[in-house]
Design a protein around this ligand. Structure first.
Ligand code: MN
Length: 299
């Protein structure tokens, strides 16, 4: 892996997205929405939304904080935990509790209802909660396929160490440095969890032909020698080009998102993302008539 790529040009930085406004999802997740299809559409395809929750300290409690039963249809929700614990149950029978480094990849497809709560042990002891929820679009042909749940523990996510102690990359989905991530996806999608050491300059190879988003959660990174992307900011990069030119980094935790764009119309409303308004009306009717199922009572 050369540290400077003499071949393909660098991807151009198109914009830096910032959103300092927090809102609460239920009573457990204080989130900043850093990316949303309603504003960015094709620029971030096949991704639809990225919510960054926390980091925030929660005191010990016996209460079940989080967000109760709600539906989704038409896409996948990907939850990546950095600190704390998130417990999930859905009407297709999927569920589990994930902690730091773990990922859950839920294909909502034709529809599920689910709840997302702080893990019991985490809630009892209290502590810092920090996580990301990413929504990945499905192509029209797969939006009404069967729901599916992938629990991806940290132990299944391969790590590529960058040369010279520059940092490391965990491959959650897609491929980097010859290693494939464990997540099964419907279309080509790369999700990499990056840790970059301070004061590093290098070219990060990123697939040519796909738009890319560099989501900085902690620290800061200077790209293309001009622009700084700081904590809770996202750099959006052009489809053209085979790498990101990172010319210095300061103890960065970041996600690199990149995938084959799904060039289809997007019609979304709340928890449903389909292709037409009629499909959204159908989703609401199907949810209201119980066709997306219900959660079994809590044990
Ligand atoms: Mn949800």
């Amino acid at each position: 892996m050369p540290t400077r790529d003499a071949g393909k040009p660098a991807k151009k930085l198109l914009s830096v997205q910032r959103n300092a406004a927090h809102h609460w999802v239920g009573d457990g997740f204080p989130v900043r929405t850093l990316l949303t299809y309603s504003e960015l559409g094709a620029l971030i395809s096949p991704f639809l939304l990225l919510d960054y929750a926390g980091p925030m300290e929660f005191p010990p409690t016996e209460q079940r904080l989080g967000v109760g039963e709600h539906p989704h249809r038409g896409f996948e929700t990907v939850t990546i935990v950095y600190a704390g614990e998130v417990e999930h149950r859905d009407s297709s029978g999927g569920g589990g509790c994930i902690g730091p480094g773990d990922v859950q990849w839920m294909t909502t497809a034709s529809g599920v209802v689910h709840e997302e709560l702080h893990g019991r042990d985490f809630a009892r002891h209290g502590g810092i909660l920090e996580m990301v929820q990413l929504w990945v679009n499905l192509p029209a042909r797969d939006k009404m396929s069967s729901p599916h749940y992938q629990s991806i523990p940290s132990s299944r996510i391969p790590t590529v160490n960058l040369p010279g102690g520059q940092g490391s990359i965990r491959v959650i989905a897609g491929e980097f440095g010859g290693l494939a991530g464990p997540a099964r996806t419907f279309t080509p999608v790369h999700v990499w969890d990056l840790r970059l050491a301070s004061e590093q300059s290098f070219d990060l190879a990123v697939p040519d032909g796909y738009p890319a988003a560099l989501v900085v959660l902690k620290g800061s990174v200077r790209v293309n020698a001009v622009e700084t992307i700081g904590a809770a900011e996202v750099g959006l990069f052009d489809r053209v080009g085979g790498h990101l030119c990172i010319d210095s980094a300061h103890a960065v935790t970041a996600l690199l998102l990149c995938g084959e764009p799904i060039d289809e119309p997007i019609a979304g409303s709340g928890p449903f993302v389909m292709n037409t308004g009629e499909e959204i009306r159908q989703a609401i009717a199907d949810y209201q008539s119980g066709k997306m199922g219900h959660l079994p009572p809590r044990s």
